[in-house]
Design a protein around this ligand. Structure first.
Ligand code: RP5
Ligand code: MG
Ligand code: MG
Length: 282
């Protein structure tokens, strides 16, 4: 559980806000600190009338939210146990972030996402698995996107919608962000979706479940995710898919797994676990 990587919050074409600086040794709430965080909730979030965007219980006392519970299909529970409510809103379990309010996030408390990590072996022209020259370990490739908002490489994940199952979010986000083929005929499209459905519903390994060090996190709102790995080790199904960016992704492509690629939020940690599981190069 960390709040480490980001000093600013600014995504989704929204203005950047500088966070109040929090030294690493003052992040924990249990450490006393003369703390004056910036209050920031984006105009888009504030003025939204969408059902998934909370109203602010700090400014409207008629708003009551069932914290730490399933709220009619919107899961307000954290993977890290019960979070505290301070001043009518949740307190980030990983400590101070330098911002109060929701920033760019729709929910107070946990905002749940899902991350599909689709992998295959890197192969040469003779279909032989490529070994890394230094570590002598086989190289994995994963379906990577370039995020529109921060221009960082990332896993093609997204938010779990109200009443949606994580397994459906994984498929929907993978489809939206990496399978953007407007000219594909209906038969091929259905075949592709059936393959994704079959593999995603039967063959995944859960890699991670919990807090994400996301640039949008605030003292009152934070990202949590469930990351699954879907590996096609013998070029049977997923490995053969050509990907093309859509939705939140400027582009999508197969990319070698390795510690040298900087990635969005906590995504490098998830990919390292995938590399370890498959005894692959990192
Ligand atoms: C990250 O934000 C998660 O790991 C997931 O990849 C992503 C979800 O947010 P959007 O891609 O929908 O912005 O914290
Ligand atoms: Mg998305
Ligand atoms: Mg996304």
């Amino acid at each position: 559980c960390v709040n480490a990587k980001y000093t600013r919050t600014g995504t989704k074409e929204q203005p950047l806000v500088n966070r109040t600086v929090v030294p690493d040794n003052k992040v924990r709430w249990s450490t006393s600190y003369d703390y004056h965080p910036v209050e920031f909730t984006s105009e888009k979030v504030k003025s939204s009338t969408k059902e998934y965007v909370d109203r602010d219980p700090r400014f409207d006392l008629s708003v009551t939210i069932p914290w730490n519970q399933d709220d009619r299909g919107c899961d307000r529970r954290s993977y890290h146990g019960m979070y505290k409510i301070v001043g009518r809103v949740p307190q980030n379990p990983c400590g101070r972030t330098g911002i109060t309010g929701r920033g760019h996030l729709g929910h107070f408390g946990p905002n749940h996402a899902a991350d599909p990590i689709v992998t295959r072996w890197k192969r040469d022209a003779n279909n032989q698995i490529v070994m890394h020259p230094t570590t002598q370990k086989p190289i994995l490739q994963f379906v990577c996107i370039l995020r529109k908002d921060t221009r960082e490489y990332a896993i093609p994940g997204g938010m779990v919608e109200k009443k949606e199952k994580v397994t459906d979010t994984l498929q929907r986000e993978f489809h939206e962000e990496t399978l953007n083929f407007p000219d594909m005929n209906e038969r091929d499209k259905q075949r592709l979706l059936a393959t994704i459905k079959d593999v995603f519903e039967n063959g995944g390994i859960r890699i991670y479940c919990g807090y994400v060090d996301d640039p949008r996190n605030t003292d009152n709102s934070w990202m949590e995710t469930t990351a699954y790995n879907f590996h096609d080790g013998s070029n049977e199904h997923l490995a053969l898919i050509n990907v093309h960016g859509g939705s939140d992704a400027l582009s999508a492509f197969w990319h070698d797994l390795g510690s040298e690629t900087p990635l969005y939020a906590s995504h490098a940690e998830f990919l390292k676990k995938v590399a370890d599981i498959h005894l692959a190069h990192w």
